[in-house]
Design a protein around this ligand. Structure first.
Ligand code: ADP
Length: 616
């Protein structure tokens, strides 16, 4: 099979090689075996069911939770010459019936369906009159109550499969890797001895970085300026933050849009489309944005606020660099993010009426652990990619050479004296009755003579002014590091306070030594240097313009015609014959037919005007 599948991969999708895991999953379902594919976002799950669907007789039903994802995929399939359609609530009744009729006639290879549709009489009737050879369940973690996005309608899928006269092959795909979710998927869908394929979670083209800026706004403006012209998503934890970041950028002449649940459906859709169709290149959003968004040319994802878990973080980062181009994932950390997340976690658990106290406690503990794992990411001085991949159970190399921590020097700093002074101060404060926050600890150690310190009588503590010479930011950093190492602990419901941690007593030992690594000075923010490329940017712009015109004419997002990477490959390889054009990754036969001449004309003209004599 594999030669055959490979040919179709090239002919239809324009790709030469399978991504890890794809080939095995395609083979399994083609041989009639159920399958579970677990791949990171951008890993290429869709091909795993689209390819066998194209190769098999009959129709494949794809169950997908998201309307935007369905229309995106159907558009992309049509562009590649594959007949596909969807049934969801966005269709009016005429379009709905028309699609049903065409499906009955066998017009489609793939039919995307929202899970809510499965138990409607019309759909059941349709299903009974069709030859359905495969059911592909996308975002399959939605079936698990342990997953992040449980959808009760997913529980209908098993009943639907049982109701069919012939049981088709069932395959499920997700980016969520935890064992509990995996087991839930297999059981709840009633999969029969499935092939479970977990591809490595590494996305090598993503670069990771954590920043702890004094002013997030200033840092963001600098970061966006350096990346002018590139597509980026800025994630914020709340609607309020989305609004304030949006205002910050909108006023500075950027093509920016916003997305959160507080906007009207119409505005959300409009903003999303502007971003997808390249009418805007920056999207400021809460985590409501992105699931199912296929935009392949997102060059950076900045997290203005830290998310609640590594899973959420990695999933959101996964929206960068889907076309394989280099892309950046930058987290802006501040201690306030931890507090905000704790608040949000408590809010969501307390608002869940159906929980008894024990279950509430369990959920709270689980979510707080997830948050701790996320917070520690911001503090590790080891490879950031390694931290994430180990979290998902991979066994990565020690250095990835594509994250800030791997690419930058850390200085060792002996923080033994500081750590002792800090713990002693915290003990002394607590002995007076109740704990205070980090700022008070730092004020005391710096010998600050402010009203609050004096009123509490802390200017008489024996550690007052003991670290007067240390910069405040360093003391804050050490305190946060000590929380990570459990020498201190964060407490307090209303106001975050600092108390001794479970290991605080070790500072009393004469052998106690506390060496921490602090980043050497961050390199000065790069000036607006032109992007370094190994191809001509002028030609790239001409191809981009052509793509944009065709996208407008054909009413599809530009990246569905060709991803950016395909354009840059064209600039590198300068194809002027159909064979050469077809050899570019991302060019299949239909795209050659539809767009080949127009794009090659631009290339030929450019070569002529640049004095290239190699043309035939
Ligand atoms: P996922 O659903 O796993 O997040 P997609 O199926 O949307 O990922 O694929 C992500 C991107 O990778 C898409 O642009 C897709 O066309 C591309 N892609 C998928 N498989 C391959 C492959 N074998 N070679 C090159 N690109 C691929």
């Amino acid at each position: 099979m594999s030669e055959n599948a490979k040919q179709i991969l090239k002919q239809v999708f324009g790709y030469e090689e399978f991504h890890p895991g794809q080939e095995e999953l395609v083979s399994a379902v083609l041989s009639g075996r159920d399958a579970v594919g677990i791949m990171p976002t951008g890993g290429g799950k869709s091909i795993c069911y689209q390819l066998p669907a194209i190769m098999s007789k009959g129709m494949t039903i794809v169950i997908s939770p998201l309307i935007s994802l369905m229309s995106d995929q159907v558009q992309a399939l049509k562009e590649a010459g594959v007949e596909a359609a969807y049934l969801n609530s966005s269709l009016d009744s005429a379009a709905f019936f028309n699609t049903v009729e065409r499906a009955k006639r066998g017009d489609f290879k793939l039919l995307y369906v929202a899970p809510e549709r499965l138990d409607t009489g019309l759909f059941e009737e349709l299903a009974s009159s069709l030859k359905i050879n495969m059911i592909a369940v996308d975002e399959a973690h939605c079936i698990s109550q342990w997953g992040q996005n449980f959808r009760p309608s997913y529980l209908k899928i098993a009943g639907f499969i049982k109701s069919m006269r012939y049981r088709p092959v069932v395959a499920a795909y997700t980016a969520t890797a935890t064992l509990r979710v995996r087991v839930d998927i297999i059981n709840a869908l009633g999969l029969d001895d499935p092939l479970v394929k977990i591809s490595g979670f590494d996305r090598k083209n993503l670069y990771f970085e954590v920043r702890k800026p004094d002013s997030k706004k200033r840092e963001l403006l600098a970061a966006i300026r350096e990346r002018r012209g590139k597509n980026g998503i800025i994630y914020c934890s709340t609607r309020k933050n989305v609004e304030s970041v949006y205002k910050l950028l909108d006023g500075k002449g950027y093509l920016v849009r916003r997305y959160h649940a507080g906007l009207s459906d119409a505005e959300r859709m409009r903003n999303q489309d502007d971003f997808l169709y390249d009418r805007a290149n920056i999207m400021v959003a809460t985590n409501a944005f992105g699931m199912g968004i296929d935009k392949s040319n997102v060059a950076y994802v900045v997290h203005y606020n830290m998310p609640k878990s590594i899973e959420a973080y990695y999933q959101e980062c996964g929206r960068a660099g889907r076309d394989g181009s280099d892309a950046e994932c930058i987290l802006f950390y501040s201690p306030a993010d931890v507090r905000m997340n704790k608040f949000l976690i408590e809010l969501s658990v307390n608002e869940n009426q159906g929980l008894n106290d024990e279950r509430r406690r369990e959920l709270l503990d689980r979510d707080e652990q997830l948050l701790r794992d996320m917070t520690f990411y911001a503090f590790t001085d080891a490879c950031l990619r390694k931290y994430i991949l180990e979290y998902f159970g991979d066994k990565p190399d020690t250095y990835c050479k594509n994250c800030w921590n791997c690419n930058n020097e850390f200085k060792e700093f002996d923080a033994t004296t500081s750590a002792r002074a800090i713990v002693n101060t915290v003990y002394l404060i607590c002995a007076r009755g109740w704990p205070y926050g980090k700022s008070m600890v730092v004020d005391i150690l710096k010998g600050a003579k402010n009203e609050k310190v004096r009123k509490a009588g802390f200017d008489r503590l024996r550690t007052f002014g003991e670290l007067a010479k240390s910069p405040r930011s360093r003391l804050f950093n050490i305190i946060e590091r000590m929380v990570y190492d459990e020498l201190l602990e964060e407490a307090g419901d209303k106001y975050p306070t600092i108390v001794p941690g479970s290991r605080s007593e070790i500072i009393r030992s004469p052998e106690f030594g506390y060496i921490i690594k602090i980043p050497a000075e961050r390199r000065a923010a790069a000036k607006e240097e032109p992007m370094q490329t190994d191809f001509d940017k002028g030609l790239y712009e001409q191809l981009r313009e052509l793509r944009s015109k065709r996208a407008t004419d054909d009413k599809v997002p530009a990246y569905i015609i060709f991803p950016d990477k395909t354009l840059s490959d064209m600039c590198r390889m300068l194809p002027t014959s159909p064979e050469a054009f077809l050899s570019i990754s991302g060019v299949g036969e239909l795209k050659l037919e539809k767009y080949g001449d127009a794009f090659m004309d631009v290339i030929k003209n450019w070569m002529e005007s640049n004095g290239d004599s190699e043309l035939e």
